[in-house]
Write a protein that binds this ligand. Sequence first.
Ligand code: SF4
Length: 373
Amino acid sequence: MSRPERPIISIYHDGSRSLEELTEQLLETSGLEEILPSNRESLIAIKPNLVVARPAYEGGTTHPEIVAGIIRYLARRDYRNIMIVEGSWVGDSTSQAFRVCGYEKLSKEYTVPLFDTQKDSSFTQDVDGYSVSLCSITESIDFLINVPLLKGHCQTRYTGALKNLKGLIPDSEKRRFHSRGLHEPIARLNQMLHQDCIVMDAICPDPTFEEGGDPSDMNRILFATDSVLIDSYGASVIGYTDEDIPYIGRSEELHVGSLWDGSRDSVLEINDHGEAGNYRQDERLSELETLIDEKEACSSCYAALISALRQIEEPEAHRYAIGRFFRTGQLPADRSNMVGIGVCTQRFSTSVAGCPPSSQDIVEFLKQLSRKG
Ligand code: SF4
């Protein structure tokens, strides 16, 4: 395995400076200036992760202060054509996420527009016979700064730089990704869309769940120019190997980037604080998965189910069916004690309505079911 040209840079947040200042220090060290476009009018898109409308301290969304630090760094170098681009997951509103997560305020303060990809048109791109619908804005972006979190995901285990580009495809394509198994389309998307650099928020991400709710203090911001490298490293931080997250290895096969070789020489620590830490894998998730028959489920729907099952006392009392397949596909022969989740499962005799249903709706439904006994 060859050593990457540019290492990952990891800066430790000891609380002595603001996140804006820390981000600027990271970028000063990173050599980002060398790869920024020479034309100051170029459109620079900053892509945070605002999967849901929840504040960053809950561990599911990108800290706006990190994005502010990037904007300040760029503005000091006379880049003024900057845009924040994002589309929340299916079932959540990006404009609400912009407001709740502090991006409306940020937009006003720095006069940087917000672009909601859920309202954009789209076009189809084809590479080697594999097609993906992309939001039209992607054709106008000259330089893409991806600002994901290093966090867990209830379907793919880990989400970071590569998966964060799903915010640049229309909702219809997000649904199709699930029917295509998620890993291959995520890798193909990254073959089509190049991220010029990654500023990864590892301040207090949730290592188990993409929505957040159980944040873990990692107190770091990472920088890299290689999305495969930073994801290969990031997955290891929360206890996974490349084999556990197939889209990382597949992206490497498609020459999107290089896997991390496990060497500390590939990670430059600033404010050195030793190892990035060992954060827990979600063992409870593996147990809950054995109760679920999932076929082509949207992330928001699946996450709502997992969240609900964590909240109820005896999730093992039932089995659960979820996913678009069940709209028309063959139902399981043994449906005794099986609860359908979401409108796609309305052919089941017992199912929760909604598209997606909220975790609270699922909890209430299951509680009522157990009361009926
Ligand atoms: S009900 Fe079906 S379409 Fe709606 S969010 Fe759930 S899986 Fe997706």
